[in-house]
Every structure is written in structure tokens, then in C-alpha cells.
Design a protein around this ligand. Structure first.
Ligand SMILES: *[C@@H]1O[C@H](CO)[C@@H](O)[C@H](O)[C@H]1NC(C)=O
Length: 366
């Protein structure tokens, strides 16, 4: 009896010590007062979207294709009429690359259970963008609203050789107008991706916000670069010595040692412009605690008075691949954040898992 009592006390003491250690470990992950954390993966609902069996007639092939048969991933999200609208990337299994990408639409009442439209809403067509979009397709959407309620979407066109950052707009997220390449002139035939437009929260809407009289966009998938615009359609990259100016770089020995790539839009906050981004780990010389090539999620803060100036950055990722469908898939070890909405009082983050499925994580209260 006495011995049992002693054991209980010992166990309780151990638990207290363990808790204290756990808490201080939490602190040492280096969260900062400007960061949007924590995000908790919605395990009961995840993955929220998987490959499907829908068909549609591809206007270029002039034949029926199972457009979402291979994988779905990398979503943008918008709250519209009290529902979460998700524009996601889907791949078929056919053609030269065994996987042309198109963008589908899925809608949810609760942010976690989605119903998808049977046909994609955005795809390569017999139009002026076909030379850039066929037959790799259209990839990786990110969406903000203009102040007068037009949705602007950045996406990647892929011709099988080069990825180019492009723009489209829509009033209803279903019918889209293509506006062409973001980078033109001497940059037309250079690799570009992942455009995150600076925007501000207005209720549950995310609206593009001018700073110093211009709209801004972070983009890139090596370093991050920055471009500005008067009208959200025509963009000009910031240059330094005749080349695009880097505003965020990979860091040796860290989760983002190989590359940094925009997450969702960049969010104007009181403390600065908050950019959630994706970081890839190096095979050698990266973070040894992470898998080679892992994609984890980071956060950076830029100056409200000068969006090209980095003020601060989290030292650690805030999300990493550790669920089975994040570890294994078309590309292993990937959490790729791309959609985020303020919804029913909380932040909802959406991400591609292993380039195969889509998952959600629920963040702090707004
Ligand atoms: C689009 O162009 C292709 C190749 O020229 C052609 O085979 C196809 O019929 C066209 N589709 C439509 C809908 O006109």
C-alpha cells in the first residue's frame, strides 16, 4: 500500500516535470508575437479532398478525360456566401506527361466537408494561352479579391518545359478570363511560379491592399521576389542590378535550406505583412531532423512601409509532413500550404499533401 502511494506520487512528479519540459520546448521553437500560430491539423476530416472519377470533354483533345483521376492538391480558398469555395489543382493520367493539370471547384458549408463540381472551371483551351499551358496544364492557384469584388487568381502555366506565373479574373469563381503572363519582356521565357498578392482581411473577405499607392505580389520558388502593379493585371518586378530582387532567401541547415516558395496571399496585419510560405529541405546540409526534400510551412514578416524589406522570420517551421498521406504520395514528404480563409471566427489553412490529396488545419481565432 505504502509502496503504491509512493509510486503514485513519483508518477505525478514525473508528469509535472514532463509537462514543464514540454512547455519550455514549445517556447524554444521560437514562436513570435506577430506569427499566426498554432495550426492544428483537422485529423477527423483529413484529407478533405482526394482524386475522383469525374469526366469532362477537353476542348484541345476533343475527347472525354478523367480530369481528376490521378491526384488533387495545392488549393486556393475563398469564403463566398458563407461557404468555403476551393479551387484546386487536379491531374489526369493521360498524355505526354501522364498528368495534365486543370483546376476544379469544390464547395463546403463547414470548411471541412467538400462537394466538387463534375467539370473543371479552369483548363487549357484553344486560346491564346495554349502555347504556355499545353500540355502540362494550369497549376497552383492563389486568389484574392479586388476592392470592387473581382476575384484575381495567380496560377502557373506549364508547357512541359517552363513554368510561368499567370493571371486570371472572375466574378463568380466559375467563369474566368485569362489575362496572360505576369512577367513579360525579357522575363517571358524565364521560370516563375507562386504569386501571393498582398491583401487585407475585411470580414471573411481577403481584399488586395495598396501600399505606397501600389499593389504588391511576392512570387518565386527558389528565393522570393516581389512585383508591383497599379491595376492587379499589369505587373513589374522589382530589380536590382538588372535582375529580379530577392526579398527572402533559403537558410542553411534549416527546414527552408533548399528553397522558399509563397504560401497563400500575403496578409496585412498591424505588425507587418505576414507571409506564410513553403520551405523545402536540402538532401545534404539541411535540417537533419527532417526528411530529405521535405516541404514544411514557415512564416515571414515584411515591412508595412516597404514590402521588399524583411523584418522577421520564424526560426522553425510551424507545420511539417507527419501523417501517412503527407509522407507518401506522388511526391513524398510534402505539406504545401496555398489557401487560407477567415471562416466562422477562425483561420482555416488548406494544403496539398504529398502532391496527392488536400488537407485542412485550423488556426487561431481571428
Ligand atoms: C482545338 O484544337 C484542336 C487542335 O487544332 C482540334 O483538334 C480541336 O477540335 C479544337 N477544339 C475545338 C473545340 O474547336
Amino acid at each position: 500500500m505504502k509502496y503504491n502511494r509512493f509510486l503514485t506520487v513519483l508518477l505525478q512528479a514525473t508528469a509535472v516535470v514532463f509537462l514543464i519540459t514540454a512547455c519550455s520546448k514549445e517556447k524554444s521553437t521560437g514562436s513570435k508575437d506577430w506569427a499566426l500560430v498554432p495550426f492544428v491539423k483537422a485529423d477527423d476530416a483529413n484529407p478533405v479532398l482526394e482524386a475522383g472519377t469525374s469526366t469532362f470533354t477537353c476542348p484541345i483533345l476533343n475527347q472525354e478525360v478523367k480530369w481528376d483521376e490521378k491526384d488533387v492538391f495545392n488549393p486556393a480558398t475563398v469564403v463566398r456566401d458563407g461557404k468555403v469555395y476551393m479551387i484546386f489543382r487536379a491531374e489526369d493520367k493521360i498524355g505526354k506527361y501522364a498528368g495534365t493539370s486543370r483546376l476544379g471547384l469544390a464547395i463546403s458549408d463547414d470548411g471541412l466537408h467538400f462537394t466538387r463540381r463534375p467539370a473543371p472551371v479552369f483548363y487549357p483551351d484553344n486560346d491564346s494561352m495554349k502555347i504556355y499551358e499545353w500540355e502540362g496544364g494550369v497549376e497552383d492557384p492563389r486568389i484574392v479579391e479586388s476592392p470592387d469584388g473581382v476575384y484575381f487568381m495567380t496560377y502557373t502555366s506549364y508547357d512541359g518545359n517552363l513554368a510561368r506565373l499567370c493571371l486570371a479574373s472572375s466574378r463568380d469563381l466559375e467563369t474566368w478570363t485569362k489575362h496572360g503572363l505576369v512577367l513579360k519582356g525579357k522575363y517571358t521565357d524565364t521560370w516563375s511560379k507562386s504569386g501571393a498578392i498582398v491583401a487585407k482581411r475585411n470580414g471573411e473577405r481577403i481584399v488586395a491592399e495598396k501600399i505606397n499607392g501600389k499593389y504588391w505580389m511576392y512570387y518565386g520558388d527558389t528565393d522570393l521576389f516581389i512585383a508591383s502593379s497599379d491595376d492587379l493585371i499589369h505587373w513589374k518586378p522589382e530589380e536590382e542590378n538588372g535582375v529580379v530582387k530577392s526579398v527572402l532567401k533559403p537558410r542553411a541547415k534549416m527546414f527552408d535550406s533548399r528553397l522558399v516558395e509563397s504560401g497563400p496571399y500575403a496578409l496585412v496585419t498591424e505588425k507587418g505583412i505576414l507571409l506564410l510560405y513553403n520551405g523545402m529541405n536540402l538532401d545534404e546540409g539541411g535540417d537533419p531532423e527532417l526528411a530529405k526534400g521535405a516541404y514544411c510551412s514557415g512564416q515571414a514578416l515584411f515591412d508595412l512601409n516597404n514590402p521588399a524589406v524583411l523584418i522577421d522570420r520564424l526560426d522553425q517551421h510551424f507545420m511539417m509532413p507527419d501523417r501517412p498521406y503527407e509522407i507518401t504520395g506522388q511526391i513524398n514528404q510534402v505539406c504545401f500550404i496555398e489557401g487560407m480563409v477567415p471562416f466562422k471566427g477562425k483561420w482555416y489553412l488548406y494544403y496539398g499533401t504529398a502532391d496527392s490529396k488536400i488537407a485542412a488545419a485550423i488556426g487561431p481565432e481571428i
